[in-house]
Design a protein around this ligand. Structure first.
Ligand SMILES: Nc1ncnc2c1ncn2[C@@H]1O[C@H](COP(=O)(O)OP(=O)(O)OP(=O)(O)O)[C@@H](O)[C@H]1O
Length: 291
């Protein structure tokens, strides 16, 4: 629950963690995002990563993806040192639209998750087609399976990315705000699907989100980032006025109403995220002034 106390997995405490961070620190220049993070994520555990804009949620995923090195400390997957391009890691990136002329149909995109790691000519038999159909059905995309992806709405494209990430049945699934641009029904469906992937298939899920409510029933633990600090625990432990006020260093109110959680009164300095001053190496003058 605090930076100095090692946190333990909520599920399968006897087994080897899917992801393990030890004394991990991440900072950019004079900007500290987190330090002293000891975190084991168990197979089948669903971890939500919450925090204001700029608190370091995406950076946390980038570290897990091997795209950003830790400033110090260590990271292992299934006991092995982290490396980029791990096939056992699935990733749903923050949403970007496909260009309208992208030469892929919806089912081709999902199919890349099934056999995209293979080189050369692919022999796509019945098993391949069956798996693609199954994934399309799971995210409610069967109806638009043959439409080019660039002609689909943001939410429709997002559902395909989720199907693609689930295709190899990853040991670890990293999701960067996957519910953005989904309507309420699809938020629920996709959350349930990811929850089922965790509980049914033993996938460790790391789910970055601004909004805990759509996933609340599936979440085992929360990693809450704020102003260079963090706290970890179950939603009931973390999402309280006392804990978040201590984390933010000022009074914030956590309201619970009809099964929903609302955090009110986060300080602007944390929402904005940036400390006074420029990062190392940047000139103090406005670059545009001399132009
Ligand atoms: N490569 C980098 N070099 C320097 N600073 C960076 C780099 N990447 C991220 N940052 C800084 O780290 C902070 C955290 O960024 P990050 O994208 O992780 O935040 P976030 O919590 O995901 O925010 P949001 O909710 O807005 O998506 C940002 O303020 C950003 O300026």
């Amino acid at each position: 629950m605090s930076p100095s106390v090692p946190t333990r997995p909520a599920a399968d405490p006897a087994g080897r963690p899917a992801v393990s961070l030890r004394d991990a620190k991440l900072g950019y220049g004079n900007r500290l995002l987190w330090d002293g993070l000891n975190l084991d994520i168990a197979p089948g555990e669903f971890l939500a990563v919450l925090g204001a804009n700029g608190s370091g949620k995406t950076s946390f995923l980038k570290v897990l993806l091997g795209m950003a090195p830790l400033s110090s400390g260590s990271l292992t997957f299934d006991g092995e040192p982290a490396r980029r391009g791990h096939r056992s890691i699935g990733y749903v990136p923050q949403q970007k639209h496909f260009p309208p002329d992208t030469p892929l149909r919806a089912r081709d995109l999902v199919g890349l998750g099934v056999d995209g790691h293979k080189w050369g000519i692919r022999l796509r038999g019945r098993a391949y087609r069956h798996r693609v159909d199954e994934l399309l059905a799971q995210v409610g995309a069967t109806q638009y399976a043959r439409i080019p992806v660039g002609m689909l709405s943001g939410g429709e494209q997002q559902r395909l990315r989720i199907a693609q990430a689930l295709a190899p049945n990853p040991k670890v699934l990293l999701c960067d705000e996957p519910l953005l641009s989904l309507d309420l029904n699809h938020q629920k469906a996709v959350s349930a699907l990811v929850g089922q992937q965790a509980k049914g298939n033993g996938t460790a899920v790391v789910f970055v989100t601004h909004e805990i409510n759509p996933i609340l029933e599936h979440v085992d633990r929360v990693l809450y980032l704020a102003g260079g600090r963090f706290t970890v625990g179950t939603p009931a432990e973390v999402m309280t006025t006392k804990v978040l006020s201590r984390l933010y260093g000022t009074h914030v109110e956590v309201l619970h109403s009809k099964g929903r959680i609302v955090v009110v009164g986060m300080p602007e300095a944390v929402i904005d995220g940036h400390p006074e001053g420029l990062p190392d190496g940047w000139p103090a003058d406005d670059l545009a002034e001399g132009a």
